[in-house]
Design a protein around this ligand. Structure first.
Ligand code: 13P
Length: 257
């Protein structure tokens, strides 16, 4: 008889949503999450302007919330930047850092992502640190080298106690928004590799999420893998029934076996 780890499922809305449709989605997710087993935790990462709405509609529910990025700076004359304590002001508990879309479109380096993770921790929030290789890197046999360096750059700046407060999301770039998820075995292999690095840092209990075309029909097989502790969900998190079905799949595999 083995007990699987608790699962964590987080929606990353990316640059989607408007007040009226968000209200419908947030209320449905809050209500649906109430029926999930205790072993499943649920979160949503919304665009900055909607943090107040998430706080108003999710407070008192089982769903936590947060942002999709923070500034690497703390305060000052930095037009357009949003500091981690500002995100915390809205009752947030999460902030994604290092999403591949930011690494690619905003030229974020591994070093910058590591500083952002520190800022998030300082604000008392949980950083969800995203890692992942491109198709070219995978084809060249460089997956472990790439994700290993991305993770090590973050871990190098943290004590083991700080590292233990992270969530890490493995999101192969080629699987994001493509409809082509990594297979459960491909994801498990990378997660096992990342787990070993975290164990070496004294942070082996860090939740390791998989992201990249997770849908209701592939979620359970992914979540069944021993080192996959849940998912970071893009497109499917914008549809309440799909998102809740994915959360339900996490629930189905996280109960005592
Ligand atoms: P999709 O689920 O749309 O592939 O996006 C995954 C992702 O990037 C989550 O951060």
């Amino acid at each position: 008889m083995s007990k699987q780890r608790a699962k964590l499922v987080v929606g990353n809305w990316k640059m989607h949503g408007r007040l009226a449709e968000n209200a419908v989605l947030l209320e449905a997710v809050a209500q649906g999450a109430g029926a999930l087993p205790e072993s499943v935790r649920v979160g949503v990462c919304v665009p900055f302007p909607y943090l107040a709405q998430a706080q108003a509609l999710l407070q008192g529910s089982r769903v936590t919330w947060g942002a999709q990025d923070v500034s690497a700076l703390t305060e000052g004359a930095y037009t357009g930047e949003v500091a981690a304590p500002m995100v915390a002001d809205f009752g947030s508990s999460l902030a994604i850092v290092g999403h591949s879309e930011r690494r690619a479109y905003h030229r974020e380096s591994a070093e910058l992502v590591a500083v952002k993770a520190q800022r998030v921790l300082e604000a008392g929030l949980t950083p969800i640190v995203c890692l992942g290789e491109t198709a070219e890197e995978r084809d060249a046999g460089k997956t472990e080298q790439v994700v290993g360096e991305q993770l090590d750059t973050v871990l190098a700046k943290l004590s083991s106690g700080e590292a233990a407060r992270l969530v890490v999301a493995y999101e192969p770039v080629w699987a994001i928004g493509s409809g082509q998820s990594a297979t459960a075995q491909q994801a498990q292999d990378v997660h096992a590799f990342l787990r070993a690095r975290l164990v070496a840092k004294g942070a082996g209990e860090v939740p390791l999420l998989y992201g990249g075309s997770v849908k209701p029909d592939n979620a359970e097989e992914l979540f069944r893998q021993p080192d996959i502790d849940g998912g970071l969900i893009g497109g499917a998190s914008l549809h309440d029934q799909d998102f809740l079905a994915i959360c339900g799949a996490a629930g189905a595999v996280s109960v005592t076996q």
